[in-house]
Unconditional design. Structure first.
Length: 240
């Protein structure tokens, strides 16, 4: 996925996100999806991440987001949009356009499908569901099972899974004009480093379908902690 600028735009609050996740991306556990979205867009439905650069600021309205996305497309930039930062080249296969991709529900549906597809590919390869889920996050980020680990993306999503606060909506407004790109010095953006998070005293049990394997067996997702202080996600099969 691309890199969004540090200045956030409007955000979706926690209650609204929970409803969206259950309705629009039911194949993915809500906490897993929320950690991914927090990492990708900080809950900003109008977020745009530019590969090899960043916007001067994030769009404040749908109209501004669409205008900026079309401007980037005309200039030949590779970029990702919306809550789940769905890449522009993935939009067509989900029947989306730059006008529809900023819709929160449609964006989460596409992002949830991509993550589920990545998990379906990683599970036969890794066997262990926890490793497969982490590899799927790397796949979501980069299209492969390795880059997300090297750039710290997987670690950051796992950390965010154990620290998802309530989000207050922002009523920012702005003019409907394309937002220029700040070049990244001719190179690729710096890797996003993992953010350490204080570990909870006990593992938190999360039920959902993110770890459901090819057999369709339901599992629990555990937000857990290692001896070295790092966070993890662990999948445990429920008894039949």
């Amino acid at each position: 996925m691309a890199t969004t600028s540090a200045v956030a735009g409007p955000r979706i609050d926690a209650r609204a996100f929970a409803t969206l996740a259950a309705t629009c991306a039911p194949r993915v556990d809500r906490v897993t999806l929320e950690a991914l979205v927090r990492t990708e867009s900080a809950y900003n439905p109008y977020a745009i991440g530019v590969v090899g650069g960043r916007l001067e600021r994030q769009p404040a309205t749908l109209e501004e987001a669409v205008a900026t996305a079309h401007s980037l497309e005309r200039q030949g930039y590779n970029f990702s949009v919306g809550l789940g930062q769905v890449n522009r080249y993935n939009l067509a296969r989900f029947g989306e356009t730059l006008e529809t991709a900023f819709d929160a529900c449609r964006n989460l549906r596409a992002g949830g499908t991509i993550l589920a597809e990545c998990f379906a590919r990683s599970l036969p390869r890794y066997g262990d569901q926890q490793q497969a889920l982490r590899a799927a996050l790397s796949c979501y980020y980069s299209g492969n099972f390795e880059t997300g680990f090297r750039h710290g993306y997987v670690q950051k999503v796992v950390a965010n899974a154990g620290d998802v606060p309530a989000i207050v909506p922002d009523a920012a407004r702005g003019r409907i004009e394309p937002i220029p790109v700040v070049p990244a010095g001719g190179g690729t953006p710096a890797p996003r480093a993992p953010r350490p998070v204080s570990a909870p005293a006990q593992p938190r049990v999360l039920t959902g379908s993110a770890c459901t394997g090819q057999t369709g067996r339901q599992v629990m997702i555990l937000a857990c902690n290692r001896a070295d202080g790092t966070s993890c996600l662990r999948c445990v099969a429920l008894p039949r």
